[in-house]
Design a protein. Sequence first.
Lengths: 98, 305
Amino acid sequence: MTTHYLVLSALLFAIGGVGVLVRRNAIVVFMCVELMLNACNLAFVTFARQNGNLDGQLIAFFVMIVAAAEVVIGLAIIVTIFRTRRSASVDDVSLLKY
Amino acid sequence: MGESITFWVLAVVSVIAALGLVFSRRAVYSALMLGVVMLSLAVLYAVQDAPFLAAVQIIVYTGAVMMLFLFVLMLVGVDSSDSLVETIRGQRFWAIVGGLGFAVLLAAGIGNAVVGAPRGLTAATQAGNVPSLAELIFTRHVFAFEVTSALLITAALGAMVLAHRERSEPKPTQKDLSRQRFVAFGRTGKNPAPLPGPGTYARHNAIDMPALLPDGSVSPLSVNRYIARYEESQGILPPEVARVLEQEEAAQRANGHSTPTVADEARDGGPDTEPMAEEGPVEEGVVAGRVVSARADARSEEDGK
């Protein structure tokens, strides 16, 4: 049964990765990153159960904390960029290239 | 048995929702799909002896993070959908190929790994899930836990600093706004008073109900043009409203100079309201565009007739 959970987690992670590569809207890219973090959490919880050790659940807990902080900052950055550029597309923010 | 049923149902639901998250055109649908994935993952945590994490998942992710996402979506514009133009050629194709390859690789790796029967958490959580987790957090990992508090405070401060905006000009006071209204009145004859209310004897205050003037006639200022156009196309426009609109149009044609309507107001905006328009939210521009286009449609229809 554990394998199934791990495969599900791998699938969700891959879907999230595709989303990050394919989508242009910065907010949706962010959601896909969240999806990848969630997939990792599922893997951690599964490993905790597999190994009979609570450390996996603990790490998943910390990942959630970091993800919450990351969402706050990321969305603040998106709002700031939107204010100056009137766009939430990741393609429009390419000035650092030049 | 119960676990495998739960797993298969939720696995299918969460994978479909994740695909929907990636491939739906509208950002709001993506957000809803993400909510579905998070909720099903919460149930999967609960099934896997992690009730605390299930609760945290629901509270933090579906509660706080999703709300943040939705708020920002509403701020940035719900209608913002992706452009279909690829900046890098073949990016979409190769991204999907890469994703599929990655999924197959991971799945094959996991499938090949020798995974024995799960040991279960009964031995590790003899005191119960939450007390055991608490013991770990506050003994072995107490330093990491303290550091996360610093992280959260930094994040909150950072969000405030990033989202804060200094005003470049003083906020217009009520006096300034009133002066602007009367300057506009002197320049274009725009009515400086607020739009008429439903009236003392009104039996409705819905937006499609025109306000009645003291003599019982309909005030043209209170007629919502969108609704009037819709009702006209449906043939359910009340006759008194139609009469008032016709009168107004005739008057407009007669003196060539239209009485300022909402659309005109939105279109020229007035030089004195410029700084405000710049300050105001995005919707203003969008609404103005819509109103103008609606008026243009009306005009072209008239020409067609």
